[in-house]
Write a protein that binds this ligand. Structure first.
Ligand SMILES: Cc1ncc(C[n+]2csc(CCOP(=O)(O)OP(=O)(O)O)c2C)c(N)n1
Length: 327
């Protein structure tokens, strides 16, 4: 069987390999952070998205620079895919002067306007009305850019979520609401915080489509996002995509996650998004052993370089505390 030219998702072999690279890079970034934080090298709290990478790759792949993302604490990979280089991102986690916020915040609240990344706040759900506001701006400016806003299933129980979806539905705003349903909001399992099975069902109340999909299948996420992007760019309003997934680590690296069973974790690890996609690429003869080794080497070199750079980067000078103030 000859290697494919294009899949039914209209992705070329090169694009599929690029997706594979991002899955591996985002996994490696978080795995390294998990080690570095235990070594006391990271000044930020670390909330890994290990196990959830397919959501970020499937939603960010092919976004335009002008499209905005509103990422959350577990979505560092979306910064990388939107164009922040690994050195800057690692510096941000180390609290160094070379990071996005020059060492000013706990690493989770930075944005980069030029790259279409809106900085998050700590209040869960509060990024969603902001996303709706960005969508309203695009609509008023009559441009076909789209906002992709991430939130957890826990955040979907907060009032801000409902206000944002209602407003976006009424105004037909170009926003894609992406729920990362990883089954837990800190220690609270989803069945203890919601009386329905699917967050996706909530979209109907606000007059637009919601779909629940396998969030560990990067192509399923990509396909759902492409449909939502096309509708949003066409003026047909928002979509809610609920991605069912699981976070392998605790809520943050200091949480040992005693509230869940080893069996449950093992079951979800058997649905790891990376081997699933690897098997697909192997089946298409897109990913040869040589290619895989080359990509893995590139990922390792990128992470090693980012860590070396961040470790050697300067701390912010004290006098910097009074610069860049907004008054
Ligand atoms: C309004 C609000 N309530 C509580 C918190 C504390 N808190 C931070 S993350 C978190 C769990 C979030 O769960 P979920 O929304 O499902 O996202 P996940 O962390 O699972 O990705 C909680 C309770 C907060 N930041 N904001």
């Amino acid at each position: 069987m000859p290697p494919i030219k294009r899949t039914k998702f209209k992705l070329t072999a090169e694009q599929l390999l690029e997706m594979f690279y991002w899955l591996k890079l985002i996994r490696a970034f978080d795995e390294r952070l998990s080690i570095l934080v235990k070594q006391g090298k990271v000044r930020s709290g670390v909330y890994t998205g290990i196990g959830q990478e397919a959501i970020i790759v499937g939603t960010c792949f092919g976004l335009r620079q002008e499209d905005f993302i509103c990422p959350l604490h577990r979505d560092l990979g979306s910064f990388l895919m939107k164009g922040v280089d690994a050195r800057t991102m690692m510096s941000q986690m180390f609290g160094k002067a070379t990071g996005l916020s020059k060492g000013r915040d706990s690493a989770l609240h930075s944005g980069v306007t030029e790259l279409g990344i809106f900085g998050n706040t700590s209040m869960l759900g509060a990024n969603l009305p902001v996303a709706a506001g960005l969508g309203l701006t695009f609509k008023m400016e009559k441009v076909d850019h789209v906002v992709v806003a991430y939130f957890g299933e826990g955040a979907s129980n907060v009032g801000d979520f409902h206000e944002a979806l209602n407003f976006a539905g009424v105004q037909r705003l170009p926003v894609i609401f992406v729920c990362e349903n990883n089954q837990y909001a800190y220690s609270v399992p989803v069945e203890r915080s919601m009386a329905i099975d699917d967050v996706a069902d909530r979209a109907e109340s606000y007059g637009f489509d919601g779909v629940a999909i396998n969030g560990n299948d990067v192509l399923a996420v990509y396909q759902a996002t492409q449909g939502a992007l096309a509708r949003a760019r066409n003026g047909d309003g928002p979509t809610l995509i609920e991605c069912k997934t699981y976070r392998w680590h605790g809520h943050s690296e200091h949480d040992k996650a005693f509230y869940r069973t080893n069996e449950e974790l093992a079951m979800w690890k058997s649905r790891d998004p990376i081997p699933t996609f690897t098997a697909y690429l192997n089946g298409l003869q897109v990913l040869t052993d040589d290619k895989r080794q080359e990509i893995e080497a590139r990922v390792k070199a990128t992470i090693d370089d980012a860590v070396d750079f961040a470790a050697g980067a300067p701390d912010p000078p004290p006098e910097d505390a009074v610069t860049d103030l907004y008054a």
